[in-house]
Each structure stands twice: as C-alpha cells, then as structure tokens.
Write a protein that binds this ligand. Structure first.
Ligand SMILES: [Zn+2]
Length: 226
C-alpha cells in the first residue's frame, strides 16, 4: 500500500475531528500531502469515521487523479488539490463543520482575535468567504482567494477550513478557530469583548511561526507533534 503511515495518520486525525466535535457523522474531510512524492492522502467520499481504515484513504496526485484507492476521493478533492498546489508552505487541509465557527459564517461576521493561543497560530481575524455550492473548481478558486496566505477561512453558510503542517498542528489550528469563535460569542453576551492589540497579535504570530511554523515546514506531515 502506498504511503501507509500517512494514510494511518489521516485516519487518526479524521477520527479526532469527529470525537472532538469538529464534525459529526460523515461531515468534513481531511488531506495530507507527502512532500517527497507530492501525492495526497485524502478521506473518501461519505466516509464512516468509526470504521475507517488506512486502506480506505485514497491517494491522489496534485491534479486530483486517483493514484491508489478503492473508493472515490472526497467530493471536495478539487478544493484540497487547488489549495495544496497553490500553497507550498503547508501540506494538510482540514474541512470541518465546527459549530461556533460555522455560526459566524451564517451571520457573515469574521472571527476576531480575542485569545493569545488563536493570535499565535491564526495571526489575524478569520474572514468569511461568500456562499457558493462546494465541490466545483469555481468554489476551490473562491476559497483559495479568500484564504490567501492565511491559516483559516470560514465558508459562508457551510463550515470552516484550516491549513497547516503537520497534521497535529493543523488539528490545533482548527480548535483554535473554534475556541475563538465560541469564547467571542459567549463574551459578547457578557459585555463588550476586548480584542488583542494588533501589535501583540503580530508578535505572538511571529513567535509561533519561528518556533512551530518553521519547524513544521521542515518536517513531513506525520513527523512532528505541534
Ligand atoms: Zn462541509
């Protein structure tokens, strides 16, 4: 089996997405690129996360053509491959339906930077991309444009997406986004939330990039724990 270790890690983090509440049932999808070959391990369409095994993960090339696998790759494969072709600085793409981040995408409000942890790995407020039906090349281009060089983007009336390297760090970024959205939503009910000053956000993010981002870049998607 090609890329057995990376496939196993994709299974592990797909389960973690489900057990930690980032997705439910068969929602969401996850991909990780092997830097050596450029091949991408991606969850299959309609995966049952409870019974998912490494053998179920599909290996595609950067154009989305199946290299090895017994199922159809995720319907969002055009988006994953588009982002991974465009962004050489990251190797993993995670799409979730985490409820608080998704709620911000329903009211079309960005998630501001209110927590130091989120400031560190997100580096800026997380924007909401306009609604468009997913699964098409046009959708992929829309999301890539709104993501830019960032770590996270919310899809209007749909869910969230984060990018990173390795898988462990990507998973942390997905939780940092959800935590920010949740805490900000709760704080707004208590009073007027204080945002972190932009210079503090810049400093925290620069420190994070120097200590985690750079190390992650040098590693493959399975090696380092964030
Ligand atoms: Zn979705």
């Amino acid at each position: 089996m090609l890329l057995e270790d990376l496939r196993a890690e994709v299974v592990r983090y797909t389960r973690k997405m489900a057990t930690s509440g980032l997705v439910r049932a068969t929602q969401g999808n996850l991909s990780a690129r092997d830097p050596a070959t450029g091949h991408i391990c991606i969850t299959p369409s309609g995966a049952d996360y409870e019974t998912l095994t490494a053998d179920d993960i599909v290996v595609v090339d950067e154009e989305g053509r199946v290299v090895e696998g017994r199922w159809r790759p995720s319907l969002e494969t055009p988006l994953h491959t588009f982002i991974l072709r465009r962004r050489r600085d990251i190797h993993c793409v995670m799409h979730t339906h985490s409820p608080y981040a998704t709620a911000f995408g329903v009211v079309y409000q960005p998630v501001p930077v209110v927590l130091s942890e989120s400031a560190a790995c997100l580096g800026a407020e997380v924007l909401v991309a306009p609604y468009a039906p997913s699964g098409t090349p046009e959708f992929a281009a829309l999301i890539a444009e709104h993501l830019g060089e960032g770590s996270a983007i919310i899809w209007g009336n749909h869910g969230a997406m984060v990018v990173g390297t390795p898988l462990a760090l990507t998973f942390s970024i997905a939780h940092a986004l959800e935590d920010s959205a949740m805490v900000y939503a709760i704080a707004r009910q208590l009073g007027e939330p204080e945002l972190l000053p932009p210079e503090e956000v810049a400093q925290l993010h620069a420190f994070w990039l120097a200590h985690y981002g750079q190390r992650a870049l040098a590693s493959n998607p399975v090696a380092a724990e964030g």
